[in-house]
Design a protein around this ligand. Sequence first.
Ligand SMILES: [Zn+2]
Length: 408
Amino acid sequence: MTVIERFLKYVTFDTQSDESTGVTPSTPKQMVFAKYLKTELEALGLEEISLDDNGYLFATLPANVDRDIPTIGFIAHMDTSPDMSGENVNPNIVRNYGGEDITLCKEEGIILSPKQFPELLDHVGEDLIVTDGRTLLGADDKAGIAEIIAAVAYLKEHPEIEHGKIRIGFNPDEEIGLGAHKFDVEKFGCKWAYTMDGGEVGELEFENFNAAAAKVHVKGRNVHPGYAKGKMINALLVANEFVGMLPENETPATTEGYEGFYHLIGMEGEVEQATVSYIIRDHDRQKFEARKIFMQKCAEKVNEKYGEGTVRVDIKDQYYNMRQQVEPLMHIIDIAFAAMQEAGVEPKVKAIRGGTDGAQLSFKGLPCPNIFAGGLNFHGRYEFVPIQSIEKAMNVIVKIAELTAKRY
Ligand SMILES: [Zn+2]
């Protein structure tokens, strides 16, 4: 099977995850896919294959040399986003793309156009795998799974390429933020690993946001509006005042690159009480801590005006920037960088404006930068992946295995 044949097979499995179920994997259909993948890994003759009750599938390609080479891992996630159906995915291939509009679905008039998605034009002359306009594609992250398995199969067929022990790991529930939390890092047993879960060709990421969630609770005092002068405290108006105290140019819509933000994600309430929800994001740990303190200061100011206990801010850290875990081991970035260059891919190092499984794994003791899987427009019907990008990602994995062995 070629890497593309594998990919086209994998997207036929519906593996949508679901935030609401509270179990792991969050949907049984992910386990169906995991069991299928297990049979493929067995057929390939891999070793130490294990699938646990939570749907984490691990396997080993043993070293083919005696030297003491560190064990490294490659990781991808099996689930697809809850944002869009992944049922009956019916991909089409546009050969030798010429830069034109692509009709995904004639009946519903759904068109993938470089006018809305200019990144299409970076792939003129390539072969694009697209959806039929009714579902997402699932290149996020089944492209990653196909690339990893195909790379391991390639290494098996090419014993002249020296490599150490390679572990592969497929996990459920990344799209609902729970891909890493039941990942048994000790059992995986790697010095470091790479998630194959980035987008555009060349992406190499080892920085992500520090992240927290804040809930602002506002207590009001309700009185008959006809007799309320000097007595009523309207929680909704106080909440509004609080929102107005945060810098208006530090929101997702006004920031990019390394700029952090406060993101208002919910407001609800009545006169008596109100709740305002935020997420706080910043790559820089100090600035991140300062943002949390600033919110508490805003609450103090409101309380000075309306009385102690009017506003309470509860802040919970969600995840941290993996840079601090990866930085002491910069050779793992250097190897990925060199592997891309040898595979004819120009590395594009950039900071993720979000989180990854890799960030959580890094803090669990498995440093884990993220590498491109090749797909674009994730989580919706406009998702597509160039065949050439999948092939390049597969070659990068082979090169990483090779270059790691060469260093030791
Ligand atoms: Zn993904």
